[in-house]
Design a protein around this ligand. Structure first.
Ligand code: COA
Length: 175
């Protein structure tokens, strides 16, 4: 099931995050506590009492968050919904949980009048699965950044939030 983040999820989420670096950025306990406090959308996937996935979503004007990628989108849009990170344990990938988390966040963006869904995906080192995942969901590549030096590059990707009847993967039609 997918449910909101709850106190008690921290250890599982820190371990999940750690096992997905560098595809997602590192996350300390303090950073997780910050997300728990400021994220308007923070949902987890729970299977057999184990937390095996998460999506942390932010929005504009979250001044306590200093990520250069988040700030890049803050300069670009007045209102937006930003995927700070999505990660699934390997055994749960390819089963629809990723698209479902994105559909839910996209629905949240729609309901909260956020016209853009924004994220970044590593291109150096490459993350082809996530790139494909974002392409399938209808994201477009709108820029490249090297916020942490020459050895790392990210593609800035975004999607115009569509009417609710067409939310979801771009190849999935109405759902
Ligand atoms: C990114 C992530 C959330 C996507 O969830 P998922 O359940 O794996 O997504 P899906 O399987 O629905 O979609 C991935 C697509 O990429 C394809 N794919 C799988 N491995 C691939 C690879 N090495 N190269 C290119 N495409 C690949 C899949 O076949 C699928 O396409 P399809 O639906 O046409 O078959 C998940 O893979 C994950 O947690 N990865 C590790 C953390 C991460 O990279 N987070 C994102 C940071 S930007």
């Amino acid at each position: 099931m997918i449910r909101p983040f709850a106190a008690g999820d921290e250890a599982a989420l820190l371990a999940l995050n750690e096992s997905n670096v560098p595809e997602v950025g590192p996350m300390s306990a303090d950073k997780l506590a910050l997300f728990a406090r400021i994220s308007p959308f923070f949902e987890v996937v729970e299977i057999d009492d184990q937390v095996v996935g998460m999506l942390i979503g932010l929005t504009e004007q979250q001044t306590e968050y200093s990520s250069p990628n988040y700030q890049w989108f803050s300069r670009r849009h007045q209102r937006f919904a930003y995927v700070d990170r999505i990660a699934l344990a390997p055994s749960t990938r390819g089963q629809g949980w990723g698209p479902e988390l994105y559909r839910r966040f996209e629905g949240w963006a729609h309901d909260n009048d956020k016209p853009f869904l924004c994220a970044e995906v590593n291109t150096v080192p490459a993350n082809p699965r996530s790139m494909r995942f974002h392409e399938l969901f209808g994201f477009a590549d709108v820029g490249r950044c090297r916020p942490y030096g020459p050895d790392e590059e990210v593609a800035m990707v975004e999607k115009v939030v569509p009417p609710r009847s067409t939310l979801g993967r771009s190849d999935a039609g109405s759902e």
